[in-house]
Structures are given as structure tokens and as C-alpha cells.
Design a protein around this ligand. Structure first.
Ligand SMILES: *[C@@H]1O[C@H](CO)[C@@H](O)[C@H](O)[C@H]1NC(C)=O
Ligand SMILES: *[C@@H]1O[C@H](CO)[C@@H](O)[C@H](O)[C@H]1NC(C)=O
Ligand SMILES: *[C@@H]1O[C@H](CO)[C@@H](O)[C@H](O)[C@H]1NC(C)=O
Length: 186
């Protein structure tokens, strides 16, 4: 009896996320760039209040150099249990790899999040090579990221997503997005 109850609970636990009754929402809090002033200027990219409930990423940024095959990138996420800016790395990340490969492997799958809200290049599915990522000035207009990419199992709370760019094994620049994940019944 105990065993079957446990089994049932285990089954429910596995099945529930698939038929998740919770709606996951994401609210941007802020964006920051750490280092890399020679590569990018994102000081005009800000999280702004859009209306009573929504915050958006808005502004322009400049990439001073082509991000060519000499750059590697990684995407890491961290979670603040207490919401107090003490972050613990979460075991969900895009391991460090050539940024040009990331563009055709991962970027292509996630670009729906910013599609039509930025002037970032669009990478068509099936593209074998997209390199370099061209330098230039890009705009982001009132972007409210779709929470669809967040797996329903992640806990609510304060999150930080860090995109790191590396060159010659040195960390060149980090872009950090802070956002709050909330869940509510549909
Ligand atoms: C976003 O930027 C555009 C262009 O600068 C501006 O017109 C708009 O008011 C901004 N939106 C918010 C919510 O700040
Ligand atoms: C805020 O703006 C979004 C996007 O236009 C809209 O869906 C939402 O209903 C707005 N919320 C309020 C409180 O006006
Ligand atoms: C972006 O705009 C294009 C052209 O207007 C449209 O075909 C496409 O469906 C839009 N994509 C998204 C994700 O809204």
C-alpha cells in the first residue's frame, strides 16, 4: 500500500509538469553589462515600466566589433532563494562553445522571444553557418520576453541569466538579465 502510494505520487510528480496547470510568468527587473566596454556599449538599454503590470526591455546598444569565430559564449542561470541578490548557479546552461555555433544551434530556437522586437539578425532554421555576428547599432523595442522558454519545474523567485563572451580563454564581457518568475493558476 505504502509502495503503491509512493509510486502513484512519483508518477503524478512526473506527469504533472507535462499537464501543468500553472501559468509561468516572467517580469524583467534589470539588465547590466559587466566589462567589455571596448566590445559593446549597452548603457542605453534599460528595463522600463510599460504599464501597471508590465516591464519591457527598451533602447539601443552598439557592438563595436564583429563577433567572429574567435569568440566563445556561455549562458548560465542562477537563482536567488531569498530574493536578496545572493545567487546560486542553477544546473541549466548552455555550455561554453563558439558563439558562431551557438547562433545556429541555440539562438535559432530562442529568437522567437525577441522576434519583431529587435533589429537583431534573424537566423533561418537550417542555417549551417552564421558568422560573424555583425558589429553595428541594434535596437530593442518594448520587449516583454515570452515566458514560454522557462520549464514549468523551475521555482518562482528572482533569477539571473548571464551571457558571457570569451576570447582566448579570457572572459571579455557579461550581460546579465535579472527577472522574477511567478506562477499562477491558468
Ligand atoms: C521605448 O523606446 C522608444 C524609442 O526611444 C520610446 O518611444 C518609448 O516610449 C520607450 N518605451 C518605454 C516603455 O519606455
Ligand atoms: C499591459 O500591457 C500589456 C501588453 O500590451 C497588456 O496585455 C496588459 O493588459 C497591460 N496591462 C494593464 C494593467 O494595462
Ligand atoms: C514577425 O513579423 C513577421 C512579418 O511581419 C511575421 O511573419 C512573423 O510571424 C512575426 N513573428 C512573430 C514571432 O511575431
Amino acid at each position: 500500500m505504502v509502495t503503491s502510494t509512493t509510486t502513484l505520487l512519483a508518477l503524478l510528480y512526473i506527469l504533472l509538469p507535462a499537464s501543468n496547470p500553472l501559468k509561468v510568468a516572467l517580469q524583467l527587473e534589470r539588465f547590466e553589462q559587466i566589462g567589455g566596454e571596448g566590445l559593446a556599449d549597452t548603457s542605453r538599454l534599460r528595463v522600463r515600466k510599460y504599464n501597471r503590470t508590465e516591464y519591457v526591455l527598451n533602447g539601443t546598444f552598439t557592438l563595436f566589433r564583429d563577433v567572429d569565430a574567435s569568440y566563445e559564449a556561455t549562458v548560465r542561470v542562477a537563482y536567488s532563494t531569498l530574493g536578496n541578490n545572493q545567487f546560486n548557479e542553477y544546473p541549466m546552461k548552455v555550455p561554453r562553445k563558439r558563439f558562431c555555433d551557438m547562433l545556429v544551434d541555440e539562438y535559432v530556437d530562442y529568437q522567437f522571444i525577441w522576434a519583431n522586437r529587435t533589429s537583431l539578425p534573424y537566423v533561418a532554421r537550417g542555417t549551417r553557418e552564421f558568422c560573424p555576428f555583425p558589429k553595428g547599432e541594434y535596437w530593442v523595442r518594448e520587449l516583454t520576453p515570452d515566458a514560454g522558454f522557462i520549464p514549468p519545474v523551475v521555482p518562482s523567485g528572482l533569477w539571473r541569466m548571464t551571457v558571457e563572451f570569451w576570447q582566448d580563454d579570457e572572459l571579455v564581457v557579461q550581460g546579465r538579465f535579472y527577472y522574477r518568475v511567478t506562477k499562477g493558476l491558468l
